[in-house]
Design a protein. Structure first.
Length: 138
């Protein structure tokens, strides 16, 4: 049985690139790909989103959380996994942990399946891309 060390061997450059990639995936996902259905599922208008918007808070939070997620994913993936295994493990982490957690919350919050598919789908793609990068570079 493998032992768990307190200081995992993580490639900081892989974490940084993976974190940045997740940020860009989010820009595409919630921009040209799914902005309209996401706004409709939330009942938002463009004016709603502009009101009291703080780019530093929103984008800063998204970027830092992406780096933290990439670091955690690098710990889970470990070293010398390769692009395909990294992408698979990243997608599995998001599908099994993130999407199921969203689905549970959304069921109680009475949110739509459309919103679940958009938000969970983003994280599955984001983690798959991050995992591919980490698997390739770690």
């Amino acid at each position: 049985m493998e032992s768990i060390t307190m200081m995992p061997d993580v490639n900081p450059l892989a974490v940084l690139i993976a974190g940045v990639s997740g940020f860009f995936v989010g820009g595409l996902w919630y921009g040209p790909l799914f902005a309209r259905p996401w706004m409709a599922a939330n009942g938002f208008t463009v004016d709603d989103l502009k009101r009291d918007f703080s780019p530093a808070k929103s984008y800063g939070t998204a970027f830092i959380m992406g780096l933290i997620a990439a670091y955690g994913l690098a710990i889970v993936i470990g070293g010398d996994r390769g692009l395909q295994t990294g992408a698979f493990l990243g997608a599995c982490a998001a599908a099994f942990w993130v999407a199921t957690s969203f689905a549970t919350s959304y069921a109680f919050e009475r949110r739509t399946t459309t919103l679940l598919l958009i938000n969970a789908g983003y994280h599955i793609v984001q983690f798959a891309v991050m995992g591919a990068i980490i698997g390739l570079m770690q």
